[in-house]
Design a protein. Sequence first.
Length: 213
Amino acid sequence: MLTYSEFCCFLNVSRETYDKFLLYNKILFKWQKKMNLISESSKSDSLKRHFIDSAQIYSYVQNCGGNVLDFGSGAGFPGLVLAIMGLDNVHLVESKNKKCNFLKEVSSRIGVKTKIHNCRIENLPDLKPSFIIARGLAPTKKLIDICVKYVMTNQKINCKEIAISKLPNLLFLKGKNYKRELNELSIFYKINFEVKRSITDHDAKILYYKSSN
């Protein structure tokens, strides 16, 4: 487990925020015994693998001013971490009821306000997001399919090309297969992502799409 000073070698946060992450981690381990929230192999390094990895995108969204939708929030990474860091208007979207119960417990115990949507993404109402974020939900092409469908449904757009032009800002945390995923994406969509380095893993990247809206 990383100490506070070791944590801050990766990312500076207040001691209060670090303590909230420790409590979050404790609750996570408790729930992990009865349901699969994270991989067992990541437990020994969970503060780095999950909390720092999620927290590193805070600088992209902290001044966005609008709603931030975390698609497939699961164990709350990255959306709940960002909410703990002070980001307002984070919406956690998770279809599995048990995982939503976990998110509610963490939010309640830590004292952070979150908006949890226990529904499938295609049933989510139009929340007019400034950002859509996702971590570990699906390959990039599938994520874009989901985002485009969300825009088409809620803005009543029939043309996929128009829907692409209406996409909000996007942030996807990806692993070492990001190049292959971007190559696959290019066959179906003309969307240019900025590829940003990850502070937790040399092979991982942050894919950032800046909306023209």
